[in-house]
Design a binder for this molecule. Structure first.
Ligand SMILES: N[C@@H](CCC(=O)N[C@@H](CS)C(=O)NCC(=O)O)C(=O)O
Length: 228
């Protein structure tokens, strides 16, 4: 039995980009799992894994924290439909995941933070305000977001340029089939979709067409998730 500890927002919304990566990996491999929702202030639920963050995966006797470690564990434990068949695939996936972590998600955060705060569970809002307020230097998240959008939306689109160049020539970052790089990037878009009604992309952007393909995967798993 696999249990995935997943971040819980208001009205059962699930926004965590890192958890979305793992849900895509589980579906890709055809694995069933039990979902365990964790609010921002319910750290006791993941203390057994010595983790402060989700995703945490409990797979039989094995406990794994951190999305990259979880993806590697699942690929080793369930070798069907390999994500990382060789060192080149592993290296490419690690690079794209690192780019999403350090460039794509940081470019998204300022332009959705007000909407995200509005969807955090009421009981978790003081925690979010304290932790994210320190990062941004303000707890007026709506005001911060409004100011950030003018420059922030074009800046976010510019960050996507490497993916756009790839997707002009092939349907997925993985080539003809979706792979871990696609799961990492769609995680960021699902975070935004669940948290905010802001349209991030121009209609004719190849990244927008790719996003539609990704939302259709696995019987529309991403598309069916409660959006903002
Ligand atoms: N490097 C970690 C990052 C995980 C992470 O930051 N998760 C966020 C949710 S998206 C979290 O649990 N935050 C809890 C908090 O801020 O207290 C991974 O890849 O799993």
């Amino acid at each position: 039995m696999i249990t995935l500890y997943d971040l819980l927002l208001q009205d059962d919304r699930r926004a965590s980009p890192y958890c979305w990566r793992i849900k895509h990996v589980l579906k890709h491999k055809g694995l069933a799992w039990r979902d365990e929702p964790v609010g921002f202030t319910e750290k006791e639920k993941i203390a057994f894994a010595q983790s402060n963050t989700v995703p945490v995966l409990h797979d039989g006797q094995t406990v794994v924290k951190d999305s990259w470690a979880i993806a590697r564990h699942l690929d080793a434990a369930y070798p069907d439909k390999k994500l990382f068949p060789d060192e080149a695939a592993l290296a490419y996936a690690q690079f794209v995941a690192g780019w999403v972590d350090t460039a794509v998600q940081p470019a998204l955060f300022p332009i959705i933070v007000g909407d995200l705060y509005g969807r955090v569970r009421k009981e978790d809002q003081p925690y979010f305000a304290e932790t994210r307020g320190k990062r941004l230097g303000t707890t007026d998240f709506a005001g911060f977001q409004a100011k950030a959008r003018d420059k922030g939306v074009p800046a976010f689109r510019a960050v996507l340029e490497p993916a756009r160049r790839m997707l002009r020539e092939r349907p997925f970052l993985g080539g003809t089939q979706p792979a871990y790089p696609d799961f990492a990037l769609i995680g960021a878009f699902l975070w935004a979709r669940v948290a905010s009604p802001l349209e991030l992309l121009e209609a004719d952007d190849p990244v927008a067409a790719w996003r539609e393909r990704m939302l259709d995967l696995h019987d529309g798993m991403g598309r069916k998730a409660k959006a903002a």
